[in-house]
Design a protein around this ligand. Sequence first.
Ligand code: SF4
Length: 301
Amino acid sequence: MSLTEEIQKLKKEKDAVILAHYYVPGEVQDIADYVGDSFYLSKIATELEHKVIVFAGVEFMGESAKILNPQKRVFMPDATADCPMAHMVDVKRIQEVREQYPDAAVVCYINSTAETKTYSDVCVTSSNAVKIVKNLPNHDIFFIPDQHLGSYVAEQVPEKHMILNDGYCPRHHVITAEQVKDAKAAHPDALFLAHPECPKEVLDIADYIGSTSGIIQYAAEQDAKEYIIGTVEGVFHELKKRCPGKQFYTVKQDQICVNMMKVTLEKVKKCLEEECNEVFISEELRRKAMAPLTRMLEMAK
Ligand code: SF4
């Protein structure tokens, strides 16, 4: 029996569903029942009947799935796959901002720990952050943890007073405008599509800015044949499937998320078979972290 067949068999036996982010390796995306960005996956996790969720992604994704589905068992193929940006928030700083701006809303990118979510008023993803911030009644917004997504939202919603945190994604933060210009010089007919976790100087020269799903959809709908992609290379798998005949280039080498790349088919099989790396969250933490996630799902409708 092939590895894929073994996983399919285990999935049936355990009544499991596999969710995968666009950044994990292509063969893991292929075995998944649902593939998408953080918003799609967190939403779909609440709509499934299965008893078990295997989350092919990083820690905050498994945590969010467990927070929203306490009655289900959630497993991570690799327990060390974590997002560094999720930890780039200082609780003291949140308290300081709340003291300085008592009416501020703390808006928390879903790429954050369960504990950070408990200090937040609402969660957002890159696909709904602008809409949610626009619709919040608060004028002062403390956006955590990503400075770049925060600054992008601030530009889109100028009527709000945005206070930014200094977190960043180590993968997107290092993409420079200079590198984009070099890539454009090498591929003069290509459009440049960027994720809002990229720095402002990079977003300023993008032809399109959006979440991973947004980038994939945009490339699928355009007539252009070539694209330079300003996000993690994992999206190329879906881009190539959805856009046969089109060419995709990275801005630079090594545009990969090392943590997402830890998720392999072997580890998916192992966690199903041995029921290891289960996500556990105390009920108190879960209830507190669930409020901003539920508010996000409501406000994104
Ligand atoms: S790409 Fe960046 S933000 Fe996304 S999981 Fe990896 S480190 Fe975190």
